[in-house]
Design a protein around this ligand. Structure first.
Ligand code: TXA
Ligand code: MG
Length: 522
């Protein structure tokens, strides 16, 4: 099939209408994204939308109308709140879901008892619908799973040869799809955020919920409030990560990522290849550009992309909602002080892993070194230790470490007392030294309750005989003493259960294991 590219002239709009009435598919611009339209009352035409997009058949379509009077025949009834929204906003980037009338076939509704409808603000869109003379079922005009089209060229890329025509009406005004709200249940729920925000809606109809899946990943077995929620969305070929960080931290982090792309704001100072999606404090500019830039990244052959996190207010909710899906919910949280927490039993070989991570550009923050520094002559912490463990643990101002150890490891209570003095001070100092990407090398990471401060935690593990051998050699002690130390610690399972990843250090392919983990998390 040859796809006609139509203009917005009267004649071309009339032709688009004729094709639609005759059962053909026509893509047309709206204020949100381009839609792929078919006569909503023609089951066969509607089926061909699903085929052209490769869309799962249980994912219903939005019915587009040109006049408010055309709503009533589509629905069982128009409840008061729905009428209020229609009066306040239509025509608008707002889709309302109500119980459907028998006129709506099961292909359009994806087998549901409800129907989604909207009256676009874009005049070309309304002119096309008017010219067709029937309601138009139209999803976004992209191949299922890809970013929605915001320019005619995007539609051509995805739909050339699969549909009868494309009306080229230039770039879409908003760039993210309409807000979808259901009024088919007792409480209104926003299923998809868009340019009509929750605040705007609440001013008209009062309390409105935001579906949980809007801002977070659906849990396994959770039922989708909207079928569209459960499918992969807006995904470019590149692996995308959202970096949750302030401007400076983002810049430092991203600028160390050789071979990757930044998806950043105009203001960001970036030295690796970058694609800019709007200005930092301008959610409208971000919405308008997001899908276009995701497509551009594919054209540029990007393999890995680090996106700056958008502000989640206003239309930013919609931008964030699309971006986390494009990123398959991969969010690197650099608001946490430490990029990686590294822990494990003594003798497991953390040292080697640290050296390798240091070569890869990570700053290593070693809790043992910090602890030593904090207990050097003159440190204020010494006073606190004296209070708990006796004045005589200091000799001429120097800490007698052996004596402190003897007293602190006498029993569990004493050990806990030592930890309660040392751990908070160590963590505070380590936080001060952190800058991303960094490793918090801490044998007592869990005992110090520092897990929430780390983006991901890796534990290093090794067979007991390896650890024994290492400790004896490292500390020059007997097998008996080494065993005492090993047995005083938690077992391997304690660390593995609490960590995100494990590196098995029996001397083989450690670097491969490190790379595999970094590949997934960074
Ligand atoms: O801005 C827009 O809404 C664009 C333009 C073309 O109007 N259209 C659009 O359609 O984004 P689509 O099909 O890509 O997204 C519609 C979303 C899907 O997630 C679908 O699951 C949901 O709305 N939806 C449609 N009917 C529904 C219903 N009856 N109940 C729950 N969710 C529904
Ligand atoms: Mg879509």
């Amino acid at each position: 099939m040859e796809t006609k590219i139509l203009s917005t002239s009267k004649q071309d709009i009339a032709l688009a209408g004729k094709i639609l009435r005759g059962g053909g598919l026509v893509a047309f611009p709206t204020e949100t994204v381009y839609g792929l339209g078919a006569n909503a009352f023609d089951e066969e035409a509607v089926k061909s939308i699903y085929r052209a997009k490769g869309r799962p058949s249980d994912n219903p379509l939005i019915v587009h109308i040109a006049k408010k009077e055309d709503i009533a025949p589509l629905v069982e009834e128009i409840p008061e709140k729905a009428q209020k929204l229609i009066d306040a906003f239509f025509p608008a980037p707002l889709t309302i879901i109500l119980k459907k009338s028998p006129l709506i076939g099961k292909t359009v509704s994806g087998g549901l008892e409800t129907v989604a409808f909207r009256m676009p603000k874009n005049e070309i869109a309304r002119a096309v619908i008017e010219a067709a003379g029937v309601p138009i079922a139209a999803p976004s005009a992209n191949t299922s799973g890809l970013p929605s089209p915001t320019k005619a060229s995007h539609v051509i890329d995805d739909m050339q040869g699969k549909i009868e025509a494309i009306v080229d009406g230039g770039d879409c005004e908003f760039g993210v799809e309409s807000t979808v709200i259901t009024l088919a249940e007792k409480t209104p729920v926003i299923l998809r955020p868009g340019a009509i925000t929750k605040e705007m809606i609440e001013k008209v109809i009062g309390k409105t919920a935001l579906a949980k899946a809007v801002l977070s990943e659906m849990e396994e077995g959770e039922k989708a409030a909207s079928p569209g929620m459960k499918y992969k969305h807006y995904s470019p070929k590149a692996k995308v990560f959202i970096v949750d960080a302030d401007k400076k931290t983002y810049e430092n982090f991203v600028n160390s990522k050789k071979g990757a792309f930044a998806l950043c704001f105009e203001e960001d100072e970036i030295s690796i290849p970058k694609v800019v999606f709007g200005k930092e404090n301008d959610d409208l500019s971000q919405a308008k550009l997001l899908f276009d830039k995701l497509r551009e990244l594919d054209e540029l052959g990007a393999k890995k992309v680090y996106a700056r996190i958008p502000n989640k207010d206003g239309i930013g909710t919609a931008v964030y909602n699309r971006l986390i899906r494009a990123a398959a919910f991969n969010i690197i949280d650099l608001k946490k002080p430490f990029t990686i927490g590294l822990t494990g039993q003594t003798g497991a070989g953390k040292g080697y892993v640290c050296e390798e991570l240091e070569k890869l550009g990570f700053k290593i923050i070693n809790s043992d070194f910090v602890a030593r520094k904090l207990t050097e002559k003159g440190s204020p912490l010494l006073g606190a230790l004296q209070k708990s463990f006796g004045e005589d643990i200091l000799e001429n101002g120097e800490l007698n470490r052996k004596l402190l150890a003897k007293r602190a490891f006498e029993n569990k209570e004493k050990t806990a007392l030592l930890n309660s003095v040392m751990h908070p001070a160590i963590i505070e100092e380590c936080k001060k030294q952190s800058r991303h990407p960094c490793v918090f090398d801490a044998p007592q990471l869990f005992e110090a309750k520092a897990e929430d401060l780390c983006y991901k935690i890796i534990c290093v593990s090794a067979p007991a005989e390896k650890r024994l051998e290492r400790i004896m050699k490292r500390d020059n002690i007997s097998e008996e003493d080494a065993l005492l130390r090993i047995n005083a610690q938690f077992d391997e399972k304690y660390y593995i259960d609490r960590s995100d990843y494990v590196i098995y250090n029996n001397g083989q392919n450690i670097n491969e294991q490190i790379n595999r983990i970094l590949e997934v998390i960074l």
